[in-house]
Design a protein around this ligand. Structure first.
Ligand code: GDP
Ligand code: IMO
Ligand code: MG
Length: 429
């Protein structure tokens, strides 16, 4: 059972990229299974900070093969940009170490324009998407009108498919949203050029993964987004359009559950979310600002993809228990414990009070969630800097108590603790 699935247990940005970077050291394959360049995974290696959007963090480990799986959506232009950025930093990106599954879907310029138009038309009800065209690309996929990555191996046909996709998109842009149509000619030339360069990367990743699994090679499935952004299980409609949960890893890569050994949930020591939607433990005043930071430190809470300030709040164990159940998590990794140094006290939501009732599971009705008042367990804080701590025994007693409380409330073992963004700033088992 050589597969490990890495899952965001909250609303994304839990530090999955840096955990994938640790785990990639013990993997032969690292595969993204869902989402597109809406993700932003920050990995700090020495003095270099890498911001990966679509390419798995495994690319930073020579010898690891990275895969963009069936369930992903690929923007050829931003992928080319990401490859160029990595190459500039001295990272090798060749068809030997990066595969795009031929079944993955292409994000077209029409999808990006439609994402923006849809958000604008929602006004105050906007989802706060990353405007990368993710939702419209999955709409085309589900509507069976999408373009798949293997089309890039025949650039002329790819150009024709794009032309049609833009024509259809323009119809919706004009008729539904009253927007100006896209000028197809220029963008098609750019896309066709990118397709020529990406064609050698397009392979049958399902066959490749099965050959690797049969040979006992270890596969790390790098999740993007987070459980609460799942289109089925998240806080719909304030979600992304894919399945970042464990089922998404199986359909998004094309193998069965018998291969999965570990399902690792990644969470921050507190909660954050970008975009709109319910957030029961959100802190709007001074405490929220303190969790977010002012932006002077690279890990302060501003989006990797959009630069938006992230909404911040106390840890929500109702959410974590939900994630543990949905994904069958075998363990939890907690990042950013260092950020909690200097708080007098810390709170963990153990239940919600909704209309006078104590609720310990996550309601699906957003109206109920909007009215949910967290029921907190309060714990004492600590003032010591923990960024140089490398063992649980050396943590301040109150930090140990906080970690112990999460394990008790969520009923999962915490196997690693991030105490800073660098590769070595981690407490391992
Ligand atoms: P991802 O999308 O889940 O990969 O997470 P992001 O990269 O979007 O956001 C996580 C941010 O927290 C990045 O800036 C990381 O460098 C940073 N980070 C991750 N773990 C830690 C940690 O333990 N401590 C600190 N201070 N920063 C961390
Ligand atoms: P990583 O992988 C945090 C959020 C957006 C918005 C909603 C829908 O870095 O954890 P979309 O563009 O996907 O249609 O936007 O989902 N969102 C993320 N939030 N981290 C992410 O990825 C996200 N990807 C999408 O902010 O609320
Ligand atoms: Mg991120």
């Amino acid at each position: 059972m050589p597969a490990t699935v890495l899952i965001g247990a909250q609303w994304g940005d839990e530090g999955k990229g840096r955990v994938a970077d640790w785990l990639a050291a013990q993997a032969e394959i690292v595969a993204r299974y869902a989402g597109g360049d809406n993700a932003g995974h920050t990995v700090r290696v020495g003095d270099n900070t890498f911001k990966l959007h679509l390419i798995p963090s495994g690319i930073l480990h020579p010898g690891v093969v990275c895969i963009l799986g069936t369930g992903t959506v690929v923007n050829p232009l931003t992928l080319m940009q990401e490859i160029a950025d990595l190459r500039r930093s001295g990272i090798e990106v060749t068809p030997d170490c990066l595969l795009i599954d031929g079944r993955a879907h292409i994000i077209t310029p029409a999808h990006i324009a439609l994402d923006a138009a849809s958000e604008t038309s929602r006004g105050g009800e906007a989802i706060g998407t990353t405007r990368r065209g993710i939702g419209p690309a999955y709409m085309s996929k589900m509507g069976r009108t999408g373009i798949r990555a293997h089309s890039m191996t025949d650039p002329e046909r790819f150009g024709d498919q794009l032309q049609k996709a833009i024509r259809d998109g323009n119809w919706t842009l004009q008729a539904l949203y009253g927007q100006k149509p896209l000028d197809a000619t220029a963008v098609i030339a750019q896309y066709v050029d990118a397709a020529r360069q990406l064609a050698p990367f397009v392979r049958d990743a399902v066959v490749f993964i099965h050959q690797a699994l049969d040979a006992g090679k270890r596969v790390l499935c790098e999740g993007a987004q987070g459980t609460l952004l799942d289109v089925d299980h998240g806080m719909y409609p304030f979600v992304t359009s894919s399945s970042p949960t464990v089922g998404g890893a199986l359909t998004g890569l094309g193998f069965g559950p018998r291969h999965v050994e570990r399902v690792v949930g990644v969470a921050k020591a507190f909660s954050t979310r970008v975009g709109s939607g319910p957030f029961p433990t959100e802190l709007k005043g001074e405490l929220g600002d303190k969790l977010r930071g002012t932006g002077d430190k690279p890990w302060d809470e501003y989006g990797t993809t959009t630069g938006r300030p992230r909404r911040c709040g106390w840890l929500d164990a109702v959410v974590l228990r939900y994630s543990a159940q949905l994904n069958g998590l075998t363990e939890l990794v907690i990042n950013k414990l260092d950020v909690l140094s200097g708080f007098d006290e810390l709170k963990i939501a153990v239940a919600y009070n909704i209309d006078g009732q104590r609720v310990t599971t996550l309601p699906y009705d957003l109206a109920l969630l909007e009215r949910a008042e967290p029921v907190y367990e309060t714990l004492p804080g600590w003032s010591e800097d923990v960024m140089d701590v490398r063992s649980v025994a050396d943590l301040p007693a109150n930090a140990r108590q906080y970690i112990g409380a999460i394990e008790r409330i969520v009923r999962l073992p915490i196997t690693s603790i991030g105490v800073g963004p660098a590769r070595d700033q981690v407490i391992l088992p």
